[in-house]
Design a protein around this ligand. Structure first.
Ligand SMILES: Nc1ncnc2c1ncn2[C@@H]1O[C@H](COP(=O)(O)OP(=O)(O)OP(=O)(O)O)[C@@H](O)[C@H]1O
Length: 357
C-alpha cells in the first residue's frame, strides 16, 4: 500500500522557489531518507508534509487521503503525522512520562506511556526530568513522544545532528529498529550520507528542489544515475571507459559493467574497489593516507592521461607505503557508467595505449 505520495510539489519562501516540482512515493511501513546538502529544501519538504507550510502547487496524499492540493488543505493537527525536530524540544518542566503522554487522551495515557518507555529502552525512567537524561536518552524520549499518538507517518528532521559520532551511529540503529518494531512509516531528512545509507530502506536524493534519484541504499551507492548522485552517497573515482557490451575498457583493464552499454562513458569505481597490487595496470604515487580503525583511506596521484582523474581514493585493509612511494593499482568490477565521458575521454584512453580486453 502506498503510504505517502507526493506529486509535482512546488513551494516557496517569499520569491525563492525552494521545491520545484518534487515527486516522491514512500510505501507504508518503509523508512525513507531524504538526502541533500544544507539549504536544498529538506526541511521545507517536511514542513509541507506536516502541514506547517502551504505549497504553491502539487499534491500530498497519505494512505489515499488528500492532505494538500489545489482545493484541499488539511490542517496539521488533523493529518495524523508525527514530527521529531533536531533538538527534541522536550518540555523541561514535565517528567519523561509527562512528555511522552502529552496530548494523549487521559484514559489511555498510563498504558501507552509504559509501552513506549519500554519500546525506546527507557523503562523505569518515566519520573525523571529531561535534564536528568543524556542527550541520546532525550532524543529517545522525543521519539517516544512522536510515536505516542500512533501517527500514520513520522517525520524526523536531522534528529541525530546534535549528538557525537559514536552515539549517533548507535542511536540511529536503535531508532530504525524501534520504528520497524512499531511498523511506522517514517521519513528522515539528513545531509549525512552514512546516516542515509545505514538508516533507510529508500533514499531520495534532492537536488535543485526536486528528486534527482530514488532507490535502495545499495542501488544509489553502486548504481547512481549521475556523477553528482555518486558523490552525494560517498567518495567516488570517475574513470573514462569505452563501453563494449558487458565490459568497460579502462586504464585498469577490462572491467565487467553493472549494465551493458556502448560508446565513451565515465564509470564509477568506489574506493573499496581499488587496491594496491604489484600486478596492477595503473602506476600511481601515494599522496597521503590515514588509518580509520577498520581500514586506511589512501589518496593517490595516478600517472597522467589514460582517462584517470588527478586524484584517486582507495580504501585498503593493510597500511600503504609512506607518502611519495610509487605503487601500482588494480580495480575490481563491476564498474557503473554514470554518464558520457565527453569527446576526449575515449581518445585519451586510446592515445595512452590503455590495456584493452
Ligand atoms: N522562513 C524562511 N524564509 C525565507 N527563506 C527560507 C525560510 N526557510 C528556509 N528558507 C530558505 O529556503 C531554502 C531551503 O531551506 P530548508 O531549510 O528547507 O533547507 P534544508 O535542506 O532543510 O537545509 P538545512 O539542512 O540547512 O536545514 C534555503 O535557501 C533557505 O535559506
Amino acid at each position: 500500500m502506498t503510504g505517502l505520495s507526493i506529486t509535482g510539489l512546488r513551494a516557496e519562501h517569499g520569491r525563492n522557489e525552494v521545491l520545484t516540482g518534487l515527486d516522491l512515493v514512500v510505501e507504508d511501513g518503509a523508512l525513507a531518507c531524504v538526502l541533500g546538502p544544507s539549504g536544498c529544501g529538506k526541511s521545507t519538504l517536511l514542513r509541507v508534509i506536516a502541514g506547517f507550510h502551504r505549497p504553491t502547487a502539487g499534491a500530498v496524499e497519505l494512505r489515499g487521503r488528500t492532505l494538500a492540493d489545489q482545493r484541499t488543505w488539511v490542517p496539521a493537527e488533523r493529518r495524523r503525522i508525527g514530527y521529531m525536530p533536531q533538538d527534541g524540544a522536550l518540555f523541561p518542566h514535565l517528567t519523561i512520562a509527562g512528555n511522552i503522554g502529552f496530548g494523549l487522551p487521559r484514559a489511555a495515557r498510563r498504558g501507552r506511556v509504559a509501552e513506549l518507555l519500554e519500546l525506546v529502552g527507557l523503562a523505569g525512567l518515566g519520573e525523571r526530568h529531561p535534564h536528568q537524561l543524556s542527550g541520546g536518552q532525550q532524543q529517545r524520549v522525543a521519539l517516544a513522544r512522536a510515536l505516542a499518538p500512533a501517527p500514520e507517518l513520522l517525520l524526523l528532521d536531522e534528529p541525530f545532528a546534535a549528538l557525537d559520532a559514536a552515539l549517533r551511529a548507535d542511536l540511529r540503529a536503535e531508532v530504525a529498529a524501534t520504528l520497524r518494531a512499531a511498523g511506522a512509516t517514517a521519513i528522515l531528512v539528513t545531509h549525512d550520507q552514512d546516516e542515509a545509507l545505514s538508516f533507510a530502506d529508500l533514499i531520495a536524493v534532492v537536488r535543485g528542489g526536486r528528486i534527482a534519484q530514488t532507490g535502495t541504499p545499495d542501488e544509489l551507492y553502486h548504481r547512481p544515475a549521475d556523477p553528482e548522485v555518486a558523490r552525494t552517497l560517498g567518495e567516488a573515482n570517475l574513470v573514462a571507459a569505452e563501453l563494449d557490451g558487458e565490459t568497460g575498457r579502462t586504464a585498469f583493464g577490462p572491467l565487467p559493467l553493472t549494465a551493458a552499454g556502448t560508446g565513451s562513458a565515465q564509470v564509477l569505481l568506489r574506493p573499496g574497489q581499488l587496491r594496491l597490487d604489484e600486478a596492477g595496470a595503473v602506476a600511481a604515487r601515494v599522496l597521503r593516507s590515514h588509518f580509520r580503525g577498520h581500514d586506511h583511506r589512501v589518496e593517490l596521484s595516478p600517472e597522467p592521461g589514460r582517462g584517470l582523474p588527478e586524484r584517486l581514493i582507495a580504501y585498503t585493509d593493510t597500511a600503504p607505503p609512506p607518502a611519495g612511494s610509487p605503487v601500482r593499482l588494480a580495480a575490481t568490477g563491476p564498474a557503473h557508467a554514470v554518464g558520457g565521458g565527453g569527446a576526449g575521454a575515449a581518445s585519451r584512453l586510446a592515445d595512452a595505449g590503455a590495456s584493452v580486453g
